[in-house]
Design a protein around this ligand. Structure first.
Ligand code: HEM
Length: 465
């Protein structure tokens, strides 16, 4: 059998460092993409002593993602790092354990709950609109990423905890400032061959510990309030009103979650829901600022759907924002915030004639194929119309198997609908009322990988129509 199996090579590295000296870890995804031309769509790299098999072939990636949870696991190092920080939730659970987590979390994020929380999301959108009005009136340069992060924290915490945190109106000390210290450090520890912080803590390690402690305190407080609410109103055991209540009820009635798992899931949701959505919108704004004619098309659609208000207030109209959705799809094709998915086989598995051995570390990069002309016509160009039905003939190459911003298979992102709702609401509000231009030069905006792929800070000027 092994004679038919393909062999993989990769860029030559140094004995101990492997390829570490050739890369910047916060641009790892780009190095991985650049090496494909020379080494093929499946090849190996070494980060220190750790060997990774890089996969960029969309067919193999799809097969791996769909063969979960039985044949492939998330990288177990990720689980180790997350658990060491007390995070044990749906993202890093595996096997039967994962099935329980997934059922409860996916139910709390379903369309019914989304609809139920729509009024609270709209309140947050209204506050965001007021904040933008302030920037317009003062004619100030605007680093919109900060407020996008605050918007998504506010929405996620209202959906998950049933509490409106209103971070959009606060300056300093808000949960978002603690959260922003978590992702980069977790990503660094996952990719670092050595866990130096166990021996010596740098200033950044100490800041990370302090931020985690603050978030932990807040989550404990929410759990306490949630338990008190359920005790005071036993009806909530039958019809929980938010994810926190669903998780507490499941923990008590089905005896499935320990306190650690309750906390782990709440932290997972806060982390999974904040950066991903905020940075996806930031990337869309960065691209749109360079295409005034696309801003006009968004404005036209938003004006006809929203009519006299500043933003959408009817949940049922969200499906009418078809062009806005096309812009989001296109922006996530070029700038997916999760371009690297790290997995490992739970047993030896052969796919497309490659043998992936149990425990082998896999680094899957989906963006390489998503911007390649073999899969999308004019792959590197921002063309939202390729997602509109009547325009398909202009972009005949359109391989949805190569488009994976939310992952695929049984573990695809359960927050996709919520994220799409938030993104459509924000973009339609902005382009109904304003025009934007980039103050920072486009070439100075770089991709930074810190678990999610974010844009380096950029400034826009936002002006009223
Ligand atoms: C634009 C925004 C978002 C993007 C691009 C995104 C992307 C992803 C991706 C790529 C995965 C891995 C999927 C896989 O392994 O196949 C994932 C998993 C996950 N996402 Fe999202 N996500 C977004 C927003 C959200 C939101 C708003 C939430 C919830 C509040 C959320 C919750 C989760 C959870 C819980 C998982 C783990 C699922 C599991 O392992 O079963 N995500 N997301």
């Amino acid at each position: 059998m092994s004679s038919t199996l393909k062999k993989t090579s990769g860029p030559k590295g140094l004995p101990i460092l492997g390829n570490l000296h050739q890369i910047k870890i916060d641009q790892l995804h780009q190095y991985v993409e650049n090496w494909v031309e020379e080494h093929g769509e499946v090849y190996q790299i070494k980060l220190g002593p750790t060997k990774f098999t890089v996969i960029t072939n969309p067919e193999i990636i799809q097969k791996v993602l769909k063969a979960r949870p039985d044949d492939f696991l998330r990288l177990q190092k990720m689980d180790k790092v997350l658990r060491a920080e007390g995070v044990h939730g749906v993202f890093n659970a595996e096997g039967e354990d994962w099935k329980v987590h997934r059922r409860i979390i996916a139910k709390g994020l379903d369309v019914k709950h989304q609809q139920q929380f729509f009024p609270s999301i709209i309140k947050t959108l209204e506050r965001f609109h007021l904040k933008i009005e302030g920037y317009c009136e003062r004619n100030e340069n605007y680093c919109i990423q900060n407020d996008l992060l605050r918007f998504t924290v506010d929405v996620t915490s209202s959906l998950v905890f049933g509490e409106e945190m209103n971070t959009l109106e606060q300056e300093g000390g808000v949960i978002q400032e603690h959260m922003e210290k978590l992702f980069p450090m977790i990503f660094k520890r996952i990719n670092s061959p050595f866990q130096f912080h166990k021996i010596y803590k740098t200033k950044k390690d100490k800041e990370f510990d302090a931020a985690l402690l603050e978030v932990d305190k807040l989550i404990n407080q929410f759990i306490k309030i949630g338990r008190e609410r359920i005790d005071a109103n036993p009806n909530l055991k039958v019809e929980p009103e938010n994810l926190l209540e669903s998780i507490i009820v499941a923990a008590e009635e089905e005896n499935v979650f320990s306190d650690k798992e309750i906390k782990g899931n709440l932290l997972t949701l806060l982390m999974a829901g904040e950066d991903t959505t905020a940075h996806s919108v930031a990337w869309a704004i960065y691209l749109l600022a360079q295409y005034p004619e696309i801003q006009e098309l968004l404005h036209k659609e938003a004006t006809s759907v929203i009519e006299n208000s500043n933003f959408l207030t009817e949940y049922s109209k969200i499906t009418e924002l078809a062009y806005t959705e096309a812009v989001i799809n296109e922006s996530m094709r070029l700038k997916p915030v999760a371009p690297l998915l790290l997995m490992e086989p739970a047993k030896d598995v052969t796919i497309n004639n490659y043998l992936f051995k149990k425990g082998e570390k896999l680094m899957m990069n989906s963006r390489y194929a998503a911007v390649h002309n073999d899969h999308f016509t004019d792959g590197n160009t921002f063309k939202p119309e390729r997602w509109m039905r009547k325009m398909e003939h202009k972009c005949p190459m359109h391989n949805l198997d190569a488009y994976l911003p939310f992952g695929s298979g049984p573990r695809f992102c359960p927050g996709k609908n919520l994220a799409m709702l938030e993104m459509k609401l924000i973009l339609s509000m902005i382009f109904k009322n304003y025009k934007i231009e980039l103050i920072t030069k486009p070439s100075e905006v770089t991709e930074i990988m810190a678990f999610t792929m974010m844009a380096s800070n950029f400034e826009i000027k936002i002006s009223k129509r």
